[in-house]
Design a protein around this ligand. Structure first.
Ligand SMILES: Cc1ncc(C[n+]2csc(CCOP(=O)(O)OP(=O)(O)O)c2C)c(N)n1
Ligand SMILES: [Mg+2]
Length: 294
């Protein structure tokens, strides 16, 4: 059985890791466009924006066995934001956990890939997200449980900036610091958008870094579309926060629609309607800006 382990144990140089992750991020974006086309609409902008975060975690950070998603020794990756499932499925396919050919069933009747992520449907989907604000609470429980069992696995929770509106997120953050869950890492996609409008207008959550620090977390804020910055941030967690039992968060500023100019500045970016003739334009724009990635 193939096992993929975290980069800390990998012999690759940092520049090689960045290349591999960037290639995977390109393919995740490409898959997301193909999946979105099946439905003609969807959460495509989030998948494009978060592709670099997802690729960094799945290519470089998680320990798992592609052919054995329930392997007890795996690290856990919890997607709170069920609507980001399109990007997560693309990452699971790149990770070898689900077949790439299955992606075209996204959102269709009888598919294992529903529009909102559900653990009962999809291999590798640890929780049923979508009711926002619950992912971090579950992640804290899982991290505590793993510790009680004497296990060393890490727990990752992917949240969105809209989830920082939820009180339960902050209760969980407080609990994680109290219990010194150094093996817990949150990734927050700060795309400055939350459904109805800009995050800053719906509910002001800034200053975000200082809030996490005040809750006892090791917090870093990076350009979430810069793979080099993501790798550096995750490496510093391995070295610092885990060692002292401090939970860690990587706050990632991303751009909705990243890599496809047609979608980067679109109104109604939360759930995009994309016309039949626009999908190929999107793919062409993605490959034009990808410096020959495959
Ligand atoms: C508890 C809960 N309240 C409300 C919603 C409805 N809802 C779905 S997506 C969303 C926006 C959340 O913000 P974010 O994830 O940042 O949105 P995006 O960046 O994808 O636009 C909301 C409020 C929900 N899913 N769960
Ligand atoms: Mg958002």
């Amino acid at each position: 059985m193939t096992t993929y382990t975290a980069s800390g144990r990998s012999p690759l140089r940092v520049d090689q890791r960045i290349e591999e992750i960037s290639d995977a991020a390109y393919r995740i974006r490409h898959h997301a466009l193909n999946m979105g086309e099946v439905q003609g609409q969807g959460y495509v902008g989030q998948a494009l924006g978060a592709a670099d975060m997802l690729a960094t975690v799945y290519c470089d950070q998680l320990t798992y066995q592609p052919g054995n998603p329930g392997w007890e020794e795996r690290d856990r990756f919890l997607l709170s934001t069920g609507h980001y499932a399109i990007g997560h499925y693309a990452a699971l396919a790149e990770a070898g956990i689900i077949p790439i050919e299955e992606l075209e069933t996204y959102g269709s009747d009888d598919s294992r890939l529903p529009m909102s992520g559900m653990s009962t449907y999809t291999p590798g989907m640890e929780i049923s997200g979508g009711s926002l604000g619950h992912g971090l609470t579950i992640a804290v429980g899982m991290a505590l449980s793993l510790r009680h069992q004497g296990r060393a696995q890490r727990v990752f929770n992917f949240l969105s900036d809209g989830e920082l509106d939820e009180g339960s997120t902050w209760e969980a953050a407080m609990g994680a610091a109290h219990h010194q869950l150094g093996h817990l890492t949150a990734l927050v996609d700060i795309n400055a958008l939350q459904a109805d409008g800009p995050t800053a207008g719906v509910l002001r959550t800034e200053p975000v870094t200082e809030k996490w620090e005040a809750f006892g977390w090791y917090a870093q804020r990076v350009d979430g579309n810069d793979v080099g910055a993501l790798v550096e941030a995750f490496d510093s967690i391995s070295e610092q926060a885990q060692a002292v039992g401090r939970p860690s968060v990587v706050l990632c500023d991303t751009k909705v629609g990243r890599g496809v100019p047609l979608l980067e500045n679109r109104e109604k970016a939360h759930f995009m309607r994309i016309e039949d003739n626009e999908w190929q334009i999107c793919r062409d724009q993605l490959s034009a800006g990808s410096q020959g990635r495959k």
